[in-house]
Design a protein around this ligand. Structure first.
Ligand SMILES: [Zn+2]
Length: 433
């Protein structure tokens, strides 16, 4: 998935496929900004991409390019980079003339009528000087030097059709030359030495005289999509689960006042911060088709036992209480997750599940929010003692620590905490399925 920002909380704005290559424009927190349509940019997690490893060897000598090219092929694809594995950004008919920017390694970089920059394979266009009338040229015939492809990986699979799902009918070694028979999308039909025909992936071959290693771009600037949908696989275990989210405090007291929880030196109320985190968590979980019940969405009359009963009465899959920690010293900081299941008690039979739940959420909270690890702990908290379903209490960060109080006010940090809890729950449901 490609998102509008460097975080899984941002909207999906597109998708990329295995093997595609994109130029990296920017990097941030493990996310890469790529030009995935050639016009707009999106972000992809670096967990799904690799980088080209080829060393840059310097550009080859090229004759001075002329000022314009004329398209000689029919329906020629314009791509976002100088290789058939870059995304298609436009398509041009035969005879179209375009200003030429540079000619490199078998590709023309051209200026499109939209003002955007694109790349066209040079065997599908001819240079013309701006004054000349367009020559009546034809694309090179099959069987010429231009229609030879060379295998680039150490072993290149040859398949029965133009798809990774097609049956493997053979393989050739690096450097093997094969004649090009036809094309389908990014796949080439080739003839092997034994005269059998098969299909090879276009991004795994090159043409004579071209080399990835002399691209205009540093290889490290090119992201190669290596995995797709992995994170989604974990998160889909949330679908259909019933999750009670309990933002701590905010209970209306007998005297009519509301329990704020701990209050930071900057004036932040724990009850306010954890309510916002809880709402974000609900939104994320609902996006994954989980059923979410909040114990409160404002102030509440529920007691601690009453909050636990919300989960007990509907036999929820899990109960998650969200808090911010506090300590008399202002230097203590970090994240911890609590469970309660003493051996020998009625809850003892859930010990492994409750501990597992706490461990999964703690691990993902550390990964997403990045605060110090105060560990998984066991404590006899009322909501943990009173729940009959697996339950945890998350102490997200210390409101008594000035820096963490500031973070707890911050929308982005709240997002990260919600994401961490969600990913931890998904991991728990996957591990206990
Ligand atoms: Zn609290």
């Amino acid at each position: 998935n490609i998102r509008s920002g460097p975080d899984i909380s941002f909207d999906k704005i597109g998708q990329v496929n295995l093997g595609e290559r994109y130029l990296v424009m920017e990097e941030e927190n493990g996310w890469l900004k790529i030009n995935f349509t050639g016009e707009s940019a999106g972000w992809v997690s670096d967990r799904y991409v690799g980088r080209l490893q080829e060393e840059q060897t310097g550009a080859q000598d090229e004759p001075k390019p002329k000022k314009e090219i004329i398209v000689t092929g029919n329906q020629v694809n314009v791509r976002s980079g100088p290789d058939t594995s870059f995304s298609k950004i436009d398509s041009l008919g035969k005879g179209v003339r375009l200003p030429l920017i540079l000619h490199e390694n078998g590709w023309y970089q051209v200026e499109l009528s939209s003002g955007n920059i694109g790349w066209i394979a040079d065997w599908l266009a001819e240079p013309v000087s701006a004054q000349e009338a367009p020559p009546d040229s034809e694309p090179p015939a099959l069987g010429t030097e231009k229609s030879t492809v060379i295998a680039t990986p150490s072993t290149l699979n040859v398949r029965s059709g133009p798809s990774l799902d097609a049956e493997r009918i053979g393989a050739v070694t690096q450097g093997t030359r094969m004649s090009l028979v036809s094309r389908s999308g990014d796949w080439y039909q080739v003839e092997m030495a034994d005269k059998r025909k098969g299909w090879v992936a276009g991004w795994l071959v090159q043409f004579p005289g071209t080399a990835l290693s002399s691209w205009k771009y540093q290889p490290s600037q090119v992201a190669v999509i290596q995995r797709v949908g992995e994170s989604k696989e974990v998160r889909h275990y949330l679908a259909g689960k019933t999750i009670v989210v309990d933002p701590g405090h905010g209970s209306i007291q007998p005297g009519g006042w509301t329990d704020p929880g701990a209050i930071g030196s900057g004036g932040l109320w724990e009850s306010d911060a954890v309510l916002e985190i809880g709402k974000k968590l609900r939104n994320l979980l609902e996006k994954e088709d989980a059923r979410v019940i909040m114990t409160r969405t404002g102030d509440t009359n529920l007691s601690l036992e009453g909050r636990a009963r919300v989960a007990n009465e509907i036999s929820a899959d899990v109960f998650v209480s969200i808090h911010a920690n506090s300590s008399p010293g202002s230097s203590i900081n970090g994240t911890s997750t609590y469970f309660y299941a003493p051996l020998g008690s009625e809850l003892g039979s859930q010990r492994e599940m409750r501990k597992k739940l706490a461990e999964c959420v703690q691990e993902k909270l550390l990964q997403y929010a990045g605060r110090a690890n105060l560990g998984v702990r066991e404590e006899n908290f009322a909501v943990l003692r009173s729940t009959t379903v697996p339950s945890i209490l998350v102490e997200t960060a210390f409101i008594s620590h000035p820096e963490e109080e500031m973070l707890l006010r911050d929308t982005e940090f709240r997002n990260k905490l919600a994401l961490g809890i969600m990913e931890g729950l998904a991991q728990y449901f996957q591990d206990t399925r």
